[in-house]
Design a protein around this ligand. Structure first.
Ligand SMILES: [Zn+2]
Length: 472
C-alpha cells in the first residue's frame, strides 16, 4: 500500500504547483485606488487605535505605505514619549501581526502585501502614570509606489485624540469645600511637591483652551523635567523651614497677581499653595516705559529676573506668615492678641519677623527717611512691604550697611539681614537660583485685578505681580 499513498501525494503536489504557477502568470495588476476607513479616531492611552487601509483592486506587487505622526498645527500635541516606537499591521491575507518601527525622522514604513485588499493598522500608546492633557495628532498616510505601481486616491490626515486615563485629585477635599465644577474652580494645573522636593502633577483643567507654549510650560514641572524653573522653585522652597507644598501654575498674558495661600487646616501644619504665572518666565514687555504698549516679546527663561523675583517675593510671604514659627491662626479676636494682629491671618508671635518689623518701622514716633519702601508695591501694606524688602535683600547684588541717616528702605533691608529667621536665606537662595538678580524695572504700574479661585475673589493682600521694583 505504501507506494500508492506516496503516489497520491505526489500527484497532488504537482497539481498545486501547476495551479499556483499558472495563477501567478495570469495575475498582473499595477493600478488601484487607496483609501482609509477613518478620518477621526478617539481612544484612551491604554487602548490602541485601529483603522483600515483599503485598495479597490488587488495588486500584483507589494505596496509600500508610509505614515507619520504630525503635531505641527496642534496645540494639545502628543509628546513623543506618549506613543510606542512601533506599530502593528496585518493584511486580510495574513495570519499574524507584523511590527514596524519609526525611523529617526519619525516615519514608519509598512508593506501592503500583494494580493491583499485590506491592511489593518494598530497604533499603541504608552500608558503612563502622569496626569496629562488629552493629546492630539494628525496621522499622515501616503502610498510610496514602486515596481511600476500607480496608486490613486489621497488619504486625508486622520485626526487622533488620545485621552489621558489618570484622574485629578479631589480638590474639594483639599480646600475643605465641595467643588462642583473643577473647570470653574481653577486655571492651569496643580503640582504637588513632596518632602523630597519631587514634583507631581495632581490636577489639570482639561477644558481650558491652551496653546503650544502653555503646554510646553506646563510640562516643565512634569516628573521627567530637569528644567531650571523646577530647580528654582526647589531652591526657594528648600531655603526655609516651611516648604512650598503645591504650585498652581497658569500661563496667560495678563498682568495677573501671583499668590500664596495656606491651604492647611487650622489645626494642621502649614500647607502652602503658591500660584505662579509662567507666562512671565518666558516673556517680557517689549517696552516697559511705554504705558500704551503692552506687547510682549519671548525671552530666555527668567532672563530679566522677573519670574525669579516673583518667586522670592511669594516665598517671603510663606516665610513671614507660616503657622509653624510666626503666628497663631486660631486667634480671631484682636483683644486676645498683644502683638501684631490681622483678621486674615491671626495673632503674630512677639518674636515673629512681622511683629518686629512692625515694631521697628510702623510703631515709631519719628518718620523714616525717604524712600521708606523698596518699591511702590511695598506701600500696599506691611505684608507686601516685608515680601518686597525680602526680595530686594535676597536679589540685590550688594547690601550696604544702614546708619541712622539711611533711608527707611535700607534700614528695613538691614533689619532682615540681621533677623535670625531671615538672614541666612539670602546666601541659600542665591547659591542655587539660576539667575539671582532684580529685574530692571522702574515705577510703572499695571492695573491688577484679583484672581478668582474657588468662585470667590481672593483678597489681594498676599498676591502680587512681582515685576516692578523701585529699589536701590
Ligand atoms: Zn505679595
Amino acid at each position: 500500500m505504501k507506494p500508492l499513498i506516496f503516489k497520491y501525494y505526489y500527484t497532488l503536489l504537482i497539481v498545486l504547483f501547476a495551479l499556483t504557477a499558472c495563477k501567478k502568470d495570469e495575475f498582473i495588476n499595477l493600478t488601484a485606488t487607496l483609501s482609509s476607513d477613518s478620518t477621526l479616531l478617539e481612544t484612551t492611552e491604554d487602548t490602541p487605535i485601529i483603522f483600515n487601509l483599503e485598495l479597490t483592486e488587488k495588486l500584483s506587487e507589494d505596496l509600500q505605505i508610509e505614515y507619520e505622526i504630525n503635531t505641527e498645527e496642534i496645540n494639545k500635541y502628543i509628546n513623543s514619549e506618549d506613543f510606542e516606537s512601533y506599530v502593528e499591521y496585518i493584511s486580510d491575507l495574513g495570519d499574524q501581526w507584523s511590527r514596524s518601527n519609526f525611523n529617526p525622522a519619525g516615519i514608519n514604513t509598512l508593506i501592503f502585501p500583494k494580493g491583499s485588499s485590506i491592511l489593518k493598522i494598530r497604533i499603541p500608546f504608552f500608558d503612563d502614570d502622569s496626569l496629562e492633557y488629552n493629546e492630539e495628532f494628525y496621522l499622515k498616510v501616503r502610498a510610496k509606489p514602486s515596481y511600476g505601481l500607480t496608486i490613486m486616491g489621497e488619504i486625508k490626515p486622520i485626526m487622533v485624540t488620545v485621552e489621558d486615563n489618570e484622574e485629578n485629585i479631589d480638590i474639594g477635599a483639599l480646600v475643605g469645600e465641595p467643588i462642583d465644577d473643577l473647570e470653574e474652580a481653577f486655571e492651569g494645573a496643580l503640582v504637588a511637591i513632596d518632602e523630597d522636593f519631587n514634583f507631581k502633577v495632581v490636577a489639570i483643567n482639561r477644558k481650558e483652551n491652551i496653546d503650544r507654549e502653555y503646554k510646553a510650560a506646563y510640562e516643565l514641572l512634569d516628573e521627567r523635567s530637569t528644567h531650571q524653573i523646577k530647580k528654582d522653585i526647589q531652591a526657594v522652597s528648600q531655603s526655609g523651614e516651611v516648604p512650598i507644598s503645591m504650585i498652581n501654575l497658569f500661563y496667560e498674558n495678563e498682568p495677573l497677581f501671583d499668590f500664596v495661600e495656606n491651604m492647611g487646616d487650622l489645626y494642621e501644619e502649614d500647607l502652602w499653595l503658591m500660584g505662579l504665572n509662567f507666562y512671565w518666565a518666558f516673556n517680557a514687555y517689549e517696552d516697559f516705559d511705554d504705558y500704551n504698549n503692552d506687547s510682549t516679546i519671548p525671552i530666555e527663561y527668567n532672563a530679566d529676573g522677573a519670574f525669579g523675583a516673583a518667586l522670592v517675593h511669594e516665598y517671603g510671604h510663606i516665610l513671614t506668615l507660616n503657622s509653624k514659627n510666626e503666628l497663631n491662626r486660631r486667634v480671631y479676636n484682636p483683644a486676645e492678641c498683644s502683638s501684631l494682629f490681622s483678621f486674615e491671618d491671626g495673632c503674630f508671635y512677639k518674636e515673629s519677623v512681622l511683629n518686629q518689623f512692625n515694631a521697628n518701622f510702623n510703631l515709631i514716633e519719628e518718620p523714616l527717611n525717604k524712600p521708606e519702601f523698596v518699591s511702590w508695591y511695598a506701600e500696599t501694606d506691611i505684608f507686601e512691604d516685608i515680601a518686597e524688602t525680602f526680595t530686594v535683600y535676597v536679589l540685590e547684588e550688594k547690601i550696604n550697611p544702614a546708619t541712622a541717616e539711611s533711608s527707611g528702605a535700607l534700614q528695613k533691608i538691614n533689619f532682615l539681614k540681621s533677623h535670625p529667621t531671615v538672614k541666612d536665606k539670602r546666601s541659600l537662595i542665591r547659591s542655587t537660583l539660576g539667575n539671582p538678580t532684580l529685574p530692571p524695572f522702574g515705577f510703572e504700574d499695571l492695573s491688577a485685578f484679583n484672581k478668582r479661585r474657588k468662585g470667590k475673589p481672593i483678597s489681594c493682600l498676599h498676591q502680587r505681580f512681582s515685576k516692578h521694583f523701585t529699589s536701590k
